[in-house]
Design a binder for this molecule. Sequence first.
Ligand code: NAP
Length: 302
Amino acid sequence: MEAEHYFPSPSLCSTRWWSKETVAVVTGGNKGIGYALVKQFAELGLSVVLTARDYHKGQAALQALEAHGLANHLHFLLLDVSDPLSIKHFASSFQAKFGPTLDILVNNAGVSFNELDGNTVEYAKTVMDTNFYGPKLLIEALLPLFRCSSSSSVSRVLNISSRLGSLHKLRNKKMREMLERGELGEEEIEGMVKRFLGDVKSGRWENEGWPLQWTDYAVSKLALNAYSRQLAKKQTRLSVNCFCPGFTKTAMTRGKGAHTADHAAALAATLALLPPSHLPTGRFFLLSRNTITTTTTITSKL
Ligand SMILES: NC(=O)c1ccc[n+]([C@@H]2O[C@H](COP(=O)([O-])OP(=O)(O)OC[C@H]3O[C@@H](n4cnc5c(N)ncnc54)[C@H](OP(=O)(O)O)[C@@H]3O)[C@@H](O)[C@H]2O)c1
């Protein structure tokens, strides 16, 4: 499937369907793209739950945003997405505070332990737990808490992913064919992740056709993309899309990048806030050279 250029028209972007009653959760909201996104959601008038794995970092981010006069739109809850118990506690705390009113979940928290031109798999398990299992388990825990879709509002998940997880980066032909199959099961996606971790453990990973650049990170995002496509097919009440913000100046890139976190977050906010009538599902959006491109199936060649 060919990639197509996509940019929501200004009228779509200004169609305001949300209000202060609209509840958004952003993971990894204490810095980088997550922080910028929390700020923009709050400035646009939504109620935002800033989450962070570290209480003090979360509080510091909250205070910085409150200094911008956004206190009325902000809440804070602790959440370490790599820890299933923390996800469970978060879901209970969310339910106790808000009930089943979740409108928008942005799975933004992510890690890479690679230098820009390096490739280490030393922390491959942490990378999988954070970038793949984290969003997956969080979505599953929050499914009952999404507000039911209606014509005026559609619950949505935006997974912040990466073009490094594009299917064509995978050189193992059998695995690529498996991922391309329409009826892919969750067990097969998890099977791929387990196989990768097994290859890392046995030291075989360099010869098994895994992506060459930021290998563990790329596999984690590939799995996230594939899972998002499956979920989008299964869930009729939810829109599920992925977004690659492109090379963005954050801690993950040691401050290098083509644009700021604010710029990436503005586009993420636009995609997360598309009006219900124009909200796609199962899409992979990619920001590149200031243009958003999209493919119809998440794991297509970009
Ligand atoms: N920057 C880029 O060029 C780029 C390109 C493509 C995709 N992305 C994606 O964009 C997303 C945001 O990254 P960023 O560039 O903004 O990086 P960043 O500045 O390093 O921010 C990452 C955020 O994720 C949080 N986090 C990490 N592990 C976590 C965990 N286990 N539980 C909860 N939060 C956790 C971090 O918290 P701490 O402060 O506690 O570490 C931080 O708030 C990631 O998913 C990344 O893969 C970034």
